[in-house]
Write a protein that binds this ligand. Structure first.
Ligand code: ADP
Length: 244
């Protein structure tokens, strides 16, 4: 039996679209504290795997987090189990300030009246998230005026205040400057303490610098897995990437 219950555990995961297996029997174990990069050519099934784990598409097999089965539950239930996701395009409330965005995210589990009540002090978890994402000095700035990278960090902050324990990030550094990319890598290190992170990424330099482990998908299956060095040295991975 598998005793790894503190992270993400996927077994024989399968997602079929019109008879085509986009995810074709994937096993994946990501322990708490890991920063797992999920790579592979376009169409490998990376997004579909994350969609299955977060309840957006129907899947067979098993996917559990902290020992609790996720498959078959609606999206909002999975979100309430401490699982959060970002998309390639950051979805923040552009008209609202950084602080208001975090407040709304933090209040998602509270009643509307609590959310709307005027507060003179910033709740501890919101203040902490502001520091972690490096936007404390921009807390009153409308989110719409943030730089591209800062919006991505705000989105991660919105997951932190919801006490998300498993973060699934879809190409978090796409379109970022070198400085923003490095800051995002540092942020992953901080966020990863006591949490589980899965990153879909095409940026190989970013992966080399910040991945703790890597899973390579190809044709809906796991092609290779290990450290960055192990995966890079794998002839099967080289064949897929050179053949692209
Ligand atoms: P990746 O994220 O690795 O680029 P995807 O998970 O987006 O790959 O896609 C995997 C495969 O599944 C692709 O062949 C894609 O065309 C197909 N696919 C993804 N979503 C759907 C869908 N909703 N309906 C039909 N086919 C889909």
């Amino acid at each position: 039996t598998d005793t790894t219950t503190d992270g993400l555990r996927v077994r024989d995961l399968r997602v079929v679209f019109d008879g085509f297996a986009a995810v074709d029997g994937v096993d994946l174990t990501v322990p708490s504290g890991d920063i797992r990069f999920l790579i592979g050519p376009n169409g490998a099934g990376k997004t579909t795997l994350v969609d299955a784990v977060t309840g957006l598409v129907r899947a067979s097999g098993s996917a559990s987090f902290a020992g609790r089965e996720l498959l078959g539950r609606p999206v909002h239930r999975i979100a309430r189990m401490g699982i959060g996701r970002t998309f390639q395009t950051a979805t923040v409330f552009e008209e609202l300030s950084v602080l208001q965005n975090l407040d709304i995210a933090a209040g998602a589990g509270r009643g509307p009246l609590t959310m709307l009540r005027r507060r003179s002090s910033v709740p501890e978890n919101v203040a902490e998230a502001l520091e972690t994402i490096g936007l404390a000095d921009r807390r009153d700035q409308p989110a719409g005026t943030l730089a591209h990278g800062q919006k991505q960090w705000l989105e991660i902050g919105m997951l932190l205040v919801q006490d998300v324990r498993l973060l699934l990030l879809d190409e978090p550094v796409a379109g970022m400057s070198h400085e923003e990319r490095d800051a995002t890598g540092e942020l992953l290190g901080v966020v990863g303490r006591g949490r589980t992170i899965v990153v879909i990424e095409h940026d190989m330099d970013f992966m080399r610098a910040y991945a703790r482990s890597v899973t390579v998908l190809h044709g809906g299956k796991v092609l290779s897995e290990g450290t960055v060095a192990q995966v890079q040295a794998d002839p099967r991975v080289q064949a897929v990437y050179l053949g692209e």
